[in-house]
Design a protein around this ligand. Structure first.
Ligand code: BES
Ligand code: MN
Ligand code: ZN
Length: 492
């Protein structure tokens, strides 16, 4: 485990320690001036100007061995939170790639004082996740994570206040990534339920408990929409209700995560290319579980309930069909016109269940529509909510979290796309505006609860490494939820 502390200033060179100094175009002269003339000349010749992605590495011999100094350019694009998260990631890698177990990171030339604690949190998040990889099925040397034992950071006061939060959130993100990256054969509904059960066992003395409902129990409750999706799978579904009820909590939040552990599309079958990544269709659930763990570890005084209706969406003799009609937990009947719009059916029953808990706020996260990626690209989540104040709160939490979200409308006049002649509604609208009609479908089940929906189909997974992310599941949403709940607890 990486320990991170604040350092007063630079130490003498040490071969076990990699020294990283961050610069941006506005501070590069100051940074270079702090080195001797030889280094200054070399960095200038290499045209190091502190721009994004630039780096300049220097290895020099001392009596004890080789010492590494790396200058990293952070540029001036994006938000400070985004830049610091990427800086943490790059600095961590700069050290471990050189075989150094210790890192001394001078961020004093790129963060202005007084620093917001959320900036310190992002820096440490990047540092901790710099060694992340999904290695469960790797062998030999490839199975070993590089180790970064200790990091000392030079930076303005205030930065260090966020370090613990960053470490805790990074662990939640790593958990979410592992769940997302795990194959569907491993990360089944039962596996998600076991993960929740482990959390409940570990944190029983902090007010955490769990209820798991199997197929029969869900049937008895009347969750006909969730179970319609689950019909086609031989792997049994699970409905997960994880609760955290700390003393002194004044606010109750329900978090709902889409937990489709594999989405074949059902009889509206996906082509191979579209099915390839569908083990990650439970990234909403992963984010909610990872964030829940972080919230408990942070000891936030907010009542939090995490709900996941976990199932596969498969084909077979028991699978649900196009034209079928099913009744959900709240009594709504839905005609199925596309079995690939399964996520909203599972969420509908989870949201209806969450409503009974009478929360102050409800937030769902779901890899819900390809249409949201068409609208916003692969890195930005779509936020939909009829409640302006909650939408603003989510947007500012996401800003602190260095996660990109953009609000989309819920246009009432598109609701008629969901009208059915034989049921209360259909599960799918027309092609254009598919993210919005999915949001409108969910809104029916949220009723008058103060609810928001985050479509994370794009940012939940990276098709190749970018910014602070590896290829694969990103853990998107964990940091936003944690910052949001920290804000509700009064600790933003
Ligand atoms: N899980 C998919 C959405 C998705 C697509 C997530 C690509 C991540 C990457 C969802 O269940 C789905 O299939 N949605 C359909 C909805 C349509 C049938 C209305 C879609 O987006 O095509
Ligand atoms: Mn689908
Ligand atoms: Zn899906």
């Amino acid at each position: 485990m990486t320990t991170v502390s604040i350092a007063s200033n630079a130490r003498p060179p040490n071969p076990d320690t990699c020294r990283v100094v961050a610069a941006h175009p506005g501070s590069v002269d100051r940074v270079l001036a702090s080195f001797g003339p030889a280094v200054q000349r070399a960095a200038t010749t290499a045209k190091f100007r502190g721009k994004e992605k630039e780096s300049f590495a220097l290895t020099h011999a001392t009596d004890d061995g080789l010492c590494h100094v790396v200058l990293l350019g952070v540029g001036d694009q994006g938000t400070a939170a985004e830049r610091l998260r990427v800086l943490g990631d790059r600095a961590g890698k700069a050290a471990t790639q050189r075989g150094c177990k210790r890192l001394e990171l001078d961020a004093s030339h790129v963060v202005e004082a007084p620093a917001d604690p959320s900036l310190g949190a992002r820096l440490v998040e990047g540092l901790c996740l710099s060694t992340y990889g999904y290695r469960t099925f790797l062998s030999g040397e490839r199975a070993a994570a590089p180790s970064l034992d200790a990091v000392e950071v030079v930076g303005p006061a205030g930065l260090a206040e966020g370090f613990d939060r960053g470490r805790i959130i990074a662990a939640g993100i790593a958990r979410a990534r592992d769940l997302g990256n795990g194959p569907a054969e491993v990360v089944t509904p039962t596996f998600l339920a076991d993960t929740a059960q482990d959390l409940a066992r570990r944190f029983a003395d902090r007010g955490v408990s769990v209820e798991i409902f199997d197929r029969d129990a869900c049937q008895a409750m009347g969750m006909g929409l969730f179970l319609a999706v689950a019909k086609g799978s031989d792997i049994p579904p699970r409905f997960i209700h994880l609760s955290y009820r700390p003393a002194g909590a004044k606010t109750r939040v329900v978090l709902v995560g889409k937990g489709v552990t594999f989405d074949s599309g059902g009889y509206s079958l996906k082509p191979t290319d579209a099915m390839l990544d569908m083990k990650m269709d439970m990234c909403g659930a992963a984010a909610v579980l990872g964030a829940f763990e972080a919230i408990v570890n942070l000891g936030l005084a907010v009542d939090v309930h995490a709900l996941v209706a976990a199932t596969e969406n498969m084909i077979g003799g028991h699978a649900y069909r196009l034209g079928d009609v099913y009744r959900g937990l709240d009594g709504t009947t839905v005609e199925i016109n596309n079995t690939d719009a399964e996520g909203r059916l599972t969420l509908a029953d989870a949201i209806a269940y969450g409503r009974r808990l009478e929360p102050d706020y409800m937030l769902d996260l779901a890899t819900l529509t390809g249409a949201c990626m068409v609208a916003l690209g692969p890195r930005i989540a779509g936020l939909m909510s009829p409640h302006d104040a909650l939408a603003d709160t989510v947007v500012s939490a996401a800003e602190r979290a260095a996660e990109r979200v953009h609000r989309l409308p819920l246009p009432k006049d598109l609701e008629d796309q969901l009208e059915s002649k034989i049921a209360d509604c259909k599960n799918t609208g027309e092609r254009w505006g598919g993210a919005l009609t999915a949001g409108l479908f969910l809104a029916r089940f949220a009723g008058d609860v103060c609810w928001a929906h985050l479509d994370i189909a794009g940012p939940a997974m990276a098709s190749k490494a970018w910014g602070p992310h590896r290829e694969g599941a990103t853990g998107f949403g964990v940091a936003t939820i944690a910052e949001l709940v920290a804000g509700l607890a009064g600790g933003a």
